[in-house]
Design a protein around this ligand. Structure first.
Ligand code: ZN
Length: 250
C-alpha cells in the first residue's frame, strides 16, 4: 500500500475527469455497518440476507414488519459523513469530480456537500419510500411516522399496495437508465476511483473493466481484496477515512 500511495496521489492530482464508485465500506466509519465485512450485517446474521430478498418481503408480512422496525432503528438516521466522504468533496472543489456512482443508500455523499446532480444512486435511497404496485412514493420519514404511530406495515394510500424503501432489494432489478448512465460515465473517466466496494456485484462491477478499456487509470481503495485488484494501477488497502485524506490533499 505504501508503494501505491504516492502514484495514486499524483494521478489524482493530474486527473481531469475522476469517476468515483463507492460502496458500503466508505460509510462504515460513520457507524453504518456493511453487509459482508467482518462486522457485516449478513456475516453476523445470515438470516438477514434471506430477509433482504424481495420475494420474502412481498410474501411474508412478518418480514415486512421486521423490515419497518429495522428502518425505524437504522443507525443511518443519525450518521454523519466522515473524512472519506469529505475528501471526495475536495475533488469536487477542484473541479475534477466528473460523477460519483454509489451503491450506498444513505445519502452521506450529498450530506457531505457533493452536488446531488453529480451523484448516481445505483441502489436507490433509503430516504424515500415507494409502492411496489403503483410506484407512488414520498419521503421515508412520512412512512416511518406511520410506523411509529402503530401501523406495523403501512400500505400505499393510493392503491393499498406494499410499500418499501426506494432501494434495490435482492431479486429486484436495477433501474436500466441508471445503469446505462453509470456505464456511460465510466467510459468518460480518465481516472476511476473505486472505494469501499469488493466489486463482486454485477453489473456495477463492470464499471471497472469498462473504464479501463476506455483508457482510464484505476485506483482501488478498500479494506479487503477486490475482484479487480489485478487490473488496477494502484491498490490501497486499509481504513478509507485514513487513506483518503492522504491521497486527496486539500
Ligand atoms: Zn400504490
Amino acid at each position: 500500500m505504501t508503494d501505491d500511495l504516492e502514484p495514486a496521489r499524483r494521478w489524482l492530482d493530474e486527473a481531469r475527469a475522476v469517476v468515483v464508485l463507492t460502496g458500503a465500506g466508505i460509510s462504515t466509519d460513520s457507524g453504518i455497518p456493511d453487509f459482508r465485512g467482518p462486522q457485516g450485517l449478513w456475516t453476523k446474521n445470515p438470516k438477514a440476507e434471506l430477509m433482504s430478498q424481495l420475494s420474502y418481503y412481498v410474501s411474508d408480512p412478518e418480514v415486512r414488519r421486521l423490515s419497518w422496525q429495522n428502518r425505524v432503528r437504522s443507525p443511518a438516521w443519525t450518521a454523519e459523513p466522515n473524512a472519506g466522504h469529505r475528501a471526495l468533496v475536495e475533488l469536487q472543489r477542484r473541479g475534477t469530480l466528473h460523477t460519483l456512482l454509489t451503491q450506498n443508500i444513505d445519502e452521506l455523499h450529498q450530506r457531505a456537500g457533493i452536488d446531488p446532480a453529480r451523484v448516481v444512486e445505483l441502489h436507490g435511497t433509503m430516504r424515500r419510500y415507494a409502492c411496489l404496485d403503483c410506484g407512488a412514493g414520498g419521503p421515508m420519514k412520512e412512512a416511518l411516522e406511520r410506523v411509529r404511530a402503530g401501523d406495523e406495515d403501512p400500505a400505499c394510500v393510493h392503491c393499498s399496495g406494499i410499500l418499501k424503501s426506494a432501494t434495490i432489494s435482492f431479486g429486484q432489478s436495477l433501474v436500466p437508465e441508471v445503469i446505462d448512465r453509470a456505464l456511460e460515465v465510466a467510459e468518460e473517466a480518465d481516472l476511476l476511483l473505486a472505494v469501499g466496494t469488493t466489486l463482486a456485484v454485477y453489473p456495477v462491477a463492470n464499471m471497472v473493466p469498462r473504464a479501463r478499456h476506455a483508457g482510464a487509470r484505476i485506483v482501488i481503495v478498500n479494506a479487503e481484496p477486490t475482484a479487480y485488484d489485478d487490473i488496477a494501477d494502484a491498490v490501497l488497502r486499509g481504513s478509507i477515512s485514513e487513506i483518503f485524506p492522504q491521497i486527496v490533499r486539500a
